[in-house]
Design a protein around this ligand. Structure first.
Ligand code: PEP
Ligand code: MN
Ligand code: NA
Length: 623
């Protein structure tokens, strides 16, 4: 670590020991933290070091700096106050699952669904890439808390990054800066999140608007050391390491060791007209409308939905035996295309200020636009590549995985218990996917273990949220965790089974939903979805509230009786369509169960828990 480094950041200290001392005092004399920073700073050799305080002034300075250097556009202040647009390198637009690794000592612990690397080899590879990778740049030290600071389910992380864009985004997505640093004290535990865009500026090399190293991306996780290392990408899912890397991959492994759950789930509160409230957690694979569902506007009078989170849930049993959940994040990083006043009015209201947009289109008057936002395509737009958009062409103006980053405080239906240290009590867990056939609109599991099988059997049509050209294919995505489980997914299923055995536990009920069933003849979606999904929530609410005459017992679980679903004021759906939506086709379901069995058995082999095999057998026998 060179004296000049801290010389620029912390005053004019010039000796190596003074540098060390200055770093330590900037980091609250936390020895392990200072060692971590010194280790990577020594390797990456940045020109300067900046410890983020998370203040508004700091954020403003970051944004002004980026506008000045051309890596960020300031949007029209009158239209979209305090909002910015970044255009990525076209080779860096989504999570790179092929470059994502779990590095643990035994390959079996990564499991069949992750890319495994030996940690010693992986670290050597990463050290090679990190060597001098921050020359000409500043290393930002970003302390952050996942979850409200000091809560029993929360954890602190410290990200190092050479991207100002990433540091600024971490302020929108997490509780970032001075407060989590102080909470660490001199010996608090923290998760290490190391990131570089992989674009050193040696010998006066000029910077680019979106630095990255597209041919050498690595997003690698060491669950045994609570460490993530990322290189080569500036895309959110690869670079905002509090999110997928820490809150899902590393935290899932922490949860396994410590008896809690880190899940790819939204959390919402639903209140009935009498004022009774319940909380629901739901796992849908990427880009299945999780953000829409998390803040939906119920179409039934008197019902209210409030949002705790749209992507991640950390859950622990509380002293009363109920499962309590927090959203560890502090912002939304959502897919823009398809978001509109029709599909997600509360997201639109959240997005009218304070956002960083990536890869959306820009209108002639300096506002944003994306496919699906309005029916008409505005004239004179600049597309996500920065070129004039040709409305006659087939190419979209916004990238299909273009994103918004926004503080959760902007959400008009943010749940009043969002900051509750102990989290919110969960009454129901939902699973879902995009399934054109077979899966009814909703059904309830017979038991916890049956619900775990539902989660393990989640499958969905592929979308644009990850790179790859097989969009439209159905892929199995157990618990919507396929890209995010930080250890052997067979062990993960067992962990869920074991959580259900917790003494004194008051377990949530479990449900599988499918908003995407299509008319076999026309291919059109039968269920209108969006706000109307509140009707399914109402049924779930009533089920968990002890109503029993609203369901038929079928071989696959409890399905709403035709009149149990509140269809008052539901337009555009016939009784025949409703019957089709709730239909359990025995032949299709036997194929479905055989298919899940085949997938689970062939993928997880001896790691598939006996309890799940039993569930599969009893389902097969129930027909
Ligand atoms: C991401 O890619 O960063 C992300 C949030 O992914 P997804 O929307 O697929 O969960
Ligand atoms: Mn997600
Ligand atoms: Na993504």
């Amino acid at each position: 670590i060179t004296p000049s480094l801290v010389g620029r950041a912390l005053g004019s200290v010039r000796s190596a020991s003074a540098v060390s001392g200055a770093i330590q005092s900037a980091l609250g004399h936390h020895k392990a933290l200072a060692e971590y920073v010194e280790h990577y700073a020594g390797l990456c050799n940045p020109d300067a070091l900046h410890v983020c305080d998370g203040s508004e002034g700091e954020y403003t300075t970051f944004m002004e700096t980026m506008v000045e250097d051309g890596s960020m556009f300031k949007l029209n202040e009158a239209k979209r106050p305090n909002s910015y647009l970044a255009r990525s390198d076209p080779r860096d637009v989504a999570r790179s699952e092929e470059s994502t690794f779990i590095s643990c000592v035994n390959e079996e612990d990564a499991g069949p669904t992750n890319n495994w690397r030996d940690p010693v080899e992986m670290k050597a590879t990463m050290a090679n890439l990190y060597k001098d990778c921050m020359v000409g740049r500043t290393m930002f030290v970003v302390p952050f808390s996942m979850g409200p600071i000091g809560g029993p389910i929360s954890h602190i992380g410290v990200q190092l990054t050479d991207s100002m864009h990433v540091a600024a985004s971490m302020r929108l997505m997490t509780r970032m800066g001075k407060a989590p640093l102080e909470a660490l004290g001199t010996d608090g535990e923290f998760v290490k999140c190391m990131h570089s865009v992989g674009y050193p500026l040696a010998d006066g090399k000029a910077d680019v608007a979106w630095p990255c190293d597209p041919d050498n991306k690595y997003i690698t996780h060491y669950p045994e050391e609570n460490l993530a290392e990322s290189y080569g990408s500036g895309y959110g899912g690869n670079s905002l390491l509090g999110k997928k890397a820490f809150a899902l991959r590393l935290a899932s492994a922490m949860g396994k060791r410590e008896g809690w759950l880190a899940e790819h789930m939204l959390i919402l509160g639903v209140t009935n007209p009498e004022g009774k409230k319940k909380y629901v957690a739901a796992a849908f694979p990427s880009a299945c409308g999780k953000t829409n569902f998390a803040m939906l506007e119920p179409t039934m009078p008197g019902w209210k939905v409030e949002c705790v989170g749209d992507d991640i849930a950390w859950m622990k049993f509380g002293p009363d035996g109920k499962l309590y959940a927090i959203n560890p994040e502090n912002g939304f990083f959502g897919v823009a295309p398809g978001t509109s006043m029709g599909t997600n009015p509360n997201a639109m209201r959240s997005l009218d200020r304070d956002c960083i947009y990536t890869n959306v289109a820009m209108t002639a008057d300096g506002d944003v636009w994306w496919e699906g936002m309005t029916e008409e395509t505005p004239e004179g737009m600049t597309n996500w590549l920065g070129e004039p958009h040709n409305p006659a062409s087939n190419t979209p103006a916004a990238h299909p995985n273009s994103r918004f980053t926004v503080p959760i405080a902007n959400c008009p239906v943010l749940d009043p218990n969002f900051e509750a240290l102990e989290g919110v009590p969960i009454d129901a867990i939902m699973f879902g996917g995009r399934r054109p056939t077979t899966i009814p609109l909703v059904h309830e599991a017979f038991s916890w273990n049956h619900g775990v099988l539902m989660g393990a059997s989640v499958a969905s049509e592929k979308t644009a949220a990850a790179t790859g050209d097989d969009i439209g294919e159905i892929r199995h995505d157990p618990f919507a965790m396929l890209p995010f489980c930080g250890y052997n997914m067979g062990d993960y299923f067992q962990h869920w089974i074991d959580m259900g055995k917790t003494e004194g536990a008051k377990l949530p009920s479990m449900y599988l939903v499918n908003w995407f069933r299509q008319d076999p003849e026309t291919g059109k979606f039968i269920w209108p979805g969006f706000g109307e999904n509140s009707r399914v929530l109402k049924w779930i609410f009533e089920r968990t509230d002890g109503v029993t005459d609203n369901a038929a017992k079928t071989p696959i679980g409890y399905v709403p009786t035709p009149d149990a679903l509140d269809t008052d004021g539901l337009a555009g759906i016939t009784n025949d369509e409703l019957t089709e939506l709730l239909r359990v086709d025995p032949d299709a379901w036997q194929r479905e169960i055989n298919q899940s069995d085949e997938y689970l058995t062939s993928t997880f082999g001896p790691k598939l828990p006996a309890e799940l095999k039993n569930e599969i057998e009893s389902l097969k026998k129930s027909f």
